[in-house]
Design a protein around this ligand. Structure first.
Ligand code: SF4
Length: 461
């Protein structure tokens, strides 16, 4: 049973609230830089919620900021380089504003090697804290503002889920809703289990409560988050799994839709596919990362499914879910992958006909098993394979989209492209642009697709 400690049991929020005006003589401003996935976006919303509750305002302007935080991602090397570049720039701002606090958190910060580097090479970083202690931010700020030395806290304890953290949401249409944290899968290329800890699920009543609150506040899309949402419920005392959770969310009154990410194919069950097919509010799209079409490579990746099983799932979903679309992540050039292996990936891509793909050239992550596997293929060669795959997918995307011209879909208007031009997504996660007033943002409208060039365009009917 997971402990629910409640947020801020030691009262640091109020303590910070009291001292901020004395230190800054005004409402101090905080700037949050977020890198990486939606989980980080969601974490940053909690961080902003804690900061505003403590008395900070928010800003996008580093010149005006009194607290600057980098919420980092460790999944790919180039993102890390970018973060270090941006932290480096803070030296000049810190010289101008002596009371400024510079902080680093997130998946990069959770790694000892990164913490050591920051400690040594970036002396103007005041706080560094890992993914398991984010909710202790008020304590860290209080201690730093009241004379503590630099604070570096990367506790490995990931057993607790802290509920009741205030959230300052970025948008008003889509609400991110984490349902579980961490991952137990240990895919050999992936750093996530090392930086996010073991898999743990939130109690379903907390999730339902948060979803109801989002719907009441006018949110139209509830986006469930987790490294592996399909294994939701493991370790909880209650009789629940992801399918049951979806059914309970689907039963909440109101006009809204439910999306989720990410699903692991090994945990994607027929029960889940049936649930998506039967629940009207659950969108008809599955993000099901297959990573490689070669069973040999999948084994090396420790993915624990094979291409045959994956295709069976896809075909079952095509049969059951009307209009279903699929997206996937693919790694090109995993250590030891041959061109023959890569051809199997291309074959699978052609067979499934994905709506779109998130394709990456393999990037070694320190501390993962794959980083020490022999990798004889050059980056240049991997780049050629990568481009070949992109071309195949472009052609599939073109052909899929052309077939949609003339059809009408219910679309949630979620953004403004330019003056008078809106865009939104269908239930199958297809993006359409159409003319309309910004009053329609956050509303469902029926849109007929009229043309496809580089994107789908339509008109409200
Ligand atoms: S399922 Fe694999 S790729 Fe996904 S977070 Fe877990 S270890 Fe990483």
């Amino acid at each position: 049973m997971l402990k629910n400690t409640g947020f801020d049991p030691l009262g640091y929020v109020n303590r910070v609230k009291e001292i901020l005006p004395k230190i800054y003589g005004k409402k101090p401003l905080a700037l949050i830089n977020t890198y990486g996935c939606q989980q980080n976006v969601s974490d940053s919303e909690k961080i902003k919620g804690m900061l505003t509750t403590m008395g900070y305002g928010l800003t996008e302007d580093v010149e005006k900021a009194d607290f600057v935080l980098f919420n980092t991602c460790a999944v790919r090397g180039h993102a890390e380089d970018r973060v270090f570049g941006n932290i480096g720039v803070m030296k000049q701002y810190k010289q101008k504003n002596k009371n400024m606090i510079v902080a680093v958190c997130g998946c990069m910060a959770q790694q000892q090697i990164i913490a050591d580097k920051v400690r040594k090479s970036y002396p103007y970083v005041d706080l560094l804290f890992g993914t398991h202690v984010t909710t202790r931010l008020p304590e860290f700020i209080y201690k730093r503002l009241t004379g503590s030395g630099r604070i570096f806290e990367i506790s490995q304890d990931s057993s607790e889920i802290v509920e009741g953290v205030p959230i300052s949401r970025d948008g008003k249409i889509r609400g991110w809703l984490p349902i579980m944290y961490g991952c137990d899968n240990f895919c050999t290329y992936c750093i996530v289990p090392y930086v996010r800890g073991r898999e743990r699920s939130r109690a379903s009543e907390e999730i339902i409560k948060e979803a109801e609150c989002l719907v009441k506040s006018g949110y139209k899309e509830i986006f469930l988050l987790g490294q592996n949402v399909n294994s939701y419920g493991k370790g909880l005392d209650e009789d629940i799994n992801f399918s049951k959770l979806l059914r309970r969310l689907n039963a909440i009154e109101g006009d809204f839709v439910i999306r989720f990410m990410t699903s692991h194919p090994k945990d994607c069950t027929k029960e889940l596919i049936d649930t998506v097919a039967e629940c009207k509010k659950v969108e008809r799209h599955l993000h099901l990362p297959f990573q490689s079409g070669s069973d040999r490579v999948l084994k090396q990746m420790n993915r624990r499914y094979d291409s045959k099983g994956y295709l069976e799932l896809i075909n079952y979903a095509k049969e059951k879910i009307d209009g279903v679309t699929f997206t996937s992540d693919i790694i090109v050039g995993f250590p030891g992958e041959t061109y023959e292996d890569f051809e199997k990936t291309v074959k699978l891509v052609k067979e499934v006909e994905f709506a779109s793909l998130f394709t990456f050239i393999y990037s070694p992550r320190n501390g993962t098993p794959a980083a020490s596997m022999p990798d004889p293929i050059t980056r240049k060669e991997k780049g050629v394979w990568f481009n070949e795959l992109l071309k195949v997918q472009e052609e599939i995307g073109r052909s899929n989209n052309q077939k949609l011209v003339g059809q009408t879909f219910r679309v949630l208007c979620d953004s403004i492209e330019s003056e008078g031009l809106l865009s939104g997504k269908t239930s199958s996660n297809i993006e359409i642009m159409f003319e309309g007033s910004d009053q329609l943002l956050g509303q469902f409208v029926d849109v007929k697709i009229t043309q496809y060039t580089n994107s789908l365009k339509g008109e409200i009917v």
